[in-house]
Structure formats: C-alpha cells, structure tokens
Write a protein that binds this ligand. Structure first.
Ligand SMILES: [Zn+2]
Length: 193
C-alpha cells in the first residue's frame, strides 16, 4: 500500500515536504522551508539557538520529530540520540529554498537526488551567497529522460516549466505496472515565484 504524508506544502505556497512510502521505499519529495518559517516566535536577530541543534525547532513544533531523518550534529547538540537513517532518499524538484532549505537538517547518509542544473546552481550559491549552506550530502544528479530505482519504486523526473531552470515533477511507479496509488506525484508548486 502506498501512502503520502504531507509535512508541508498544504494550504500554503512552498514549504513542500512530502513523504511517499511504498513497501520498503520511504522517499521524500522536496525538503523545503515555508516562507514564514518560525515567524510566530522569531524576528530579526531573534533566531533559533543553533548551538542547541534542533532543540528549539522541536520544542516549538517547527520540525517533525521523526527518527532516522536528522543529522547527528543537529541531534547531539540538542542532547538527543542519533539513529541510523530510516529513509531511502530525498528528491528535490528545483532550487527554490521553499523546496530545498531543510536539506541542511537531513542526515548526510540519505541520498539526495536533484537535476544536474539544480546542483550547478546550488554549488554556485553556496560559494557566492553568505549564509547559504545546505551542508554536505550524498548528492546524485539526474537528467531529463532518466529514472531512478529507489527500493523498488521507480522515480522518473518530468521536466516542467517554472521560474527556476531544471525544475521537475516526479512520476513514481512500482514496476512492472503503475503503482495502485498515487501513480503520479506532482509536487511542484503551481505558482511562479
Ligand atoms: Zn519554485
């Protein structure tokens, strides 16, 4: 049975963070931050105390407490135990931060798939933009026409028009035939920004 759990991107533009589960496959579709992330609690210089890792993020309910998702540094700084990754991969639809920014919390052992154009832009931004650092990951790039098998689910990136180049939706199937649900995983935001 296939399930989709939405940890962001519902009733709002951006912040997409969708977990697809099918058999052994546990696949994240985007790992974004909402545009108003934490604005109920923080303003200007008042920010989460990152020396305490994820403590503030969890205490304020800003991030889901999911075992096997977060990097050891973020957990151990919060006094929490690190667990081995429980997720197969993350797929990034495009470069905008409301689809990428929470990669910085992700365990570096979880493979991150993204278009080669998105990776080129990300590399450039991390060099040239102060404060832009999604940290090290097991990045794996794809091109239009390819597909990736992830624990039995085939993920086919479908190039789509958007205000960022190298933007993709993802067609997810379980070979040899289409998965009963969801079939098509269209997690692109529909608006231009
Ligand atoms: Zn976008």
């Amino acid at each position: 049975m296939t399930s989709l759990t939405f940890y962001g991107g519902v009733g709002e533009i951006g912040g997409n963070k969708v977990l697809l589960e099918d058999g052994d496959a546990r696949i994240w579709l985007d790992m974004g931050s909402t545009f108003d992330f934490g604005s109920e609690y923080f303003v200007e210089y008042l920010t989460p105390r990152e020396r305490f890792g994820l403590r503030d993020y969890f205490a304020l309910g800003l991030l889901p407490r999911l075992p096997g998702l977060y990097a050891a540094d973020w957990l151990e700084s919060a006094g929490l135990p690190h667990e081995a990754p429980r997720f197969s991969a993350a797929f990034i639809s495009h470069i905008h931060f409301d689809h990428t920014n929470h990669l910085r919390f992700l365990d570096a052992a979880i493979p991150v798939h993204l278009g080669i154009g998105t990776k080129i832009i990300l590399d450039s931004w991390e060099i040239t933009t102060r404060g832009m650092d999604l940290l090290a990951h097991d990045y794996r790039t794809f091109r239009t026409g390819g597909s990736i098998d992830v624990d039995g689910v085939e993920v086919e990136p479908i190039h789509v028009d958007h205000s960022a180049p190298a933007a993709y939706g993802f067609l997810c199937t379980r070979p040899p035939g289409p998965s009963p649900t969801p079939g098509t995983c269209a997690n692109m935001d529909r608006t231009r920004k």
